[in-house]
Design a protein around this ligand. Structure first.
Ligand code: ZN
Length: 461
């Protein structure tokens, strides 16, 4: 028996467009093979009525925040308004009580939901490290390893971005709710991250990166120590809220991106998450260094952060990708259409991110590239395409699903990007292994049951 598996959908998306009558050949090592004649004894998986696309890459996630979905959508009594900072306190309340097993349970639910939405890789920006009183666990990476176990148990590929968190902020009093996040010294942060990379080296589905939390949470000395690190992806929350800009100006006399540029952190390995409040000069700095910008429109909208100026950033040379961040929703194609939608409301015109080639699917192809290829670039992963030797990470959609029916081959990509609902996702594969079939994940029920019990315990309801 030949150990090639051939996936035969009606439409296959490779090289930036859909092809009819082509199949995807996957080797026993879980990688895409060069196209060629189908061996007579190959295992053929027929996927009638399906379009097959490279798996979506979720560039920015805090998995445990799935626990606060729907729990913070009101103004607390005694307050006149709700904003990012009051939301953050609610999020910290959830974070402070979770045991290692709880972190696993919450993360597994979030990762399962991602797979069901066609996401095959995630960048998990992980900042819960220590016990509630701030004492490290016997293994400093105990909670990171729980998050990795959760991803592995449902079959999701991950870059674990281990967060470095040094302080509450510039001249900010200590916040006891941040004790679980804080590493005393930058050396502790770097050695823990290196130990994590070592511990996961044998796992082909796990990659590790560095994540200085934000210019609020780390000092200039920490950033300077990270400037020479080009061997791992580096992710950082950048310019999410106006207060962060004010504090950075007060402490450093320059805006966040100006500070990062001066210290030498910017480059193609660097991802600025959010990058909402930017000066024109900062847009040029990010573009000139070919950094990745991870937009998280559903969260940025939920938290009242603002809109990522993605048109200006792309024009300057930056690469844009997407993240589900707070898990307010988990739908990466919707993140793509929301970003474009927010820009239309802001710029008062349509098709703002269209590359201007005149192609009917030019805008959809650009947004899809951001949701796949650019996300993979940001996370340092070889995924995002179905080119030969790439890992066979893919998803299918049912072209007859109510949200897609009627699309022609030429309009199918636009239909998927602008209209597909999550229910249209049918098969999902990671490294050539089908983890979702017919829209079902085999561990969905037990995962949901454990998550339900945790949520009810956490909120005493
Ligand atoms: Zn975030």
């Amino acid at each position: 028996m030949n150990d090639t598996t051939v996936y035969q959908p009606d439409f296959l998306y490779t090289g930036g467009r859909f092809h009819e009558g082509r199949a995807l050949h996957v080797g026993a090592d879980g990688r895409v093979l060069a196209e060629g004649p189908v061996p007579s004894d190959a295992r053929v998986v027929r996927l009638p009525g399906r379009a097959l696309l490279p798996g979506l890459v979720n560039g920015h996630s805090h998995a445990f925040q799935r626990l606060i979905r729907g729990r913070t959508e009101y103004v607390a009594s005694g307050h006149t308004a709700d904003d990012f900072w009051s939301w953050r306190e609610a999020m910290y309340r959830a974070a402070e009580s979770l045991s290692p097993e709880d972190v696993y349970t919450a993360s597994r639910q979030a990762f399962l939901e991602m797979l069901l939405a066609g996401i095959t890789s995630v960048g998990e920006f992980h900042y819960l490290h220590h016990q509630t009183d701030g004492t490290p666990y016997a293994d400093r990476n105990e909670l990171a390893l729980q998050v990795i176990r959760a991803a592995r148990d449902v079959g999701l590929r991950m870059t674990l971005l281990r967060v470095g968190y040094a302080r509450a902020g510039f001249r900010a009093p200590e916040n006891p709710r941040q004790r679980r996040f804080i590493d005393g010294r930058v050396e502790d942060f770097l050695s823990a991250t290196e130990a994590l990379a070592q511990a996961t080296r044998a796992d082909a589905l796990v990659n590790v990166g560095l994540a200085p939390h934000s210019v609020r949470a780390v000092t200039r000395e920490w950033l300077a120590a990270l400037a020479s690190r080009r061997d791992m992806p580096v992710h950082m929350h950048v310019a999410e809220q106006p207060k962060e800009i004010e504090a950075c100006l007060a402490e450093h006399g320059r805006r966040p991106v100006e500070l990062l540029a001066e210290l030498g952190l910017l480059g193609p390995h660097f991802t600025a998450v959010h990058a909402v409040h930017l000066s024109e000069a900062e847009v040029k700095l990010l573009g000139g260094a070919a950094v990745n910008v991870c937009a998280c429109p559903s969260t940025e909208r939920n938290l009242g952060d603002g809109v990522v100026p993605a048109d200006a950033l792309v024009g300057a040379g930056a690469r844009v990708c997407f993240g589900s961040d707070s898990q307010a929703t988990v739908d990466l194609l919707d993140e793509a259409r929301q970003l474009e939608g927010h820009l239309r409301l802001w710029r008062l015109r349509r098709a703002v991110l269209d590359p201007g080639t005149g192609a009917v699917d030019g805008l959809a192809a650009r947004l899809f590239d951001m949701a796949t290829v650019q996300g993979a670039r940001s996370l340092g992963l070889p995924t995002g395409t179905l080119a030969p030797r790439a890992p066979a990470d893919f998803f299918t959609v049912d072209v007859n699903h109510p949200s897609l029916v009627g699309a022609s081959p030429a309009s199918l990509l636009s239909a998927v990007v602008f209209g597909a609902e999550k229910g249209a996702v049918r098969e999902v594969a990671v490294a050539g292994r089908l983890v979702v079939r017919e829209g079902q994940h085999p561990r969905a029920e037990e995962t949901g049951r454990a998550f339900h019990a945790l949520a009810r315990r956490l909120y005493h309801d």
